[in-house]
Design a protein around this ligand. Structure first.
Ligand code: 5GP
Ligand code: ZN
Length: 113
């Protein structure tokens, strides 16, 4: 499958991981929009949040556990941070393999663009 995040998660494209286990990887976004901008990516190819089903919901819970751990390690947990999932075109999703942006290191705006 020609999926950039599958290739990164499977090590076909060499990437430095901030975190890896049997279910997810986390690595720095290539185009950061905050001082801390990490992508947390399930190894399983799920296209979008709309297509989470069955056991996958446990996997998504695990993503949030990893986000907590990374936020603490990155020193953004106390000040605060944002976890973003963009879903489909209008949601701003450009890579069709589910992923969660962990953003921090600056004050976030609301509403988002
Ligand atoms: P989306 O717009 O789908 O929510 O987020 C995709 C994100 O993946 C973007 O922030 C983009 O900068 C990042 N990205 C796309 N290709 C690569 C890549 O090859 N390596 C890394 N580290 N990030 C990528
Ligand atoms: Zn994929």
């Amino acid at each position: 499958m020609d999926c950039i995040f599958c290739k990164i998660a499977n090590g076909v494209i060499k990437t430095d991981f901030l975190y890896e286990d049997d279910k997810v990887v986390a690595f720095k976004d290539i185009n950061p929009v905050a001082p801390a901008h990490v992508l947390i990516v399930p190894k399983k190819h799920i296209e979008s949040a709309l297509l989470i089903e069955g056991e996958d919901f446990n996997l998504i819970g695990h993503v949030f556990k990893v986000a907590q751990k990374l936020a603490k390690e990155l020193g953004i947990s106390e000040d605060g941070f944002r976890i973003v999932n963009n879903c489909n075109r209008a949601g701003g999703q450009t890579v069709m393999h589910i992923h969660f942006h962990l953003l921090g290191g600056r004050d976030m705006q609301w509403p988002p663009g």
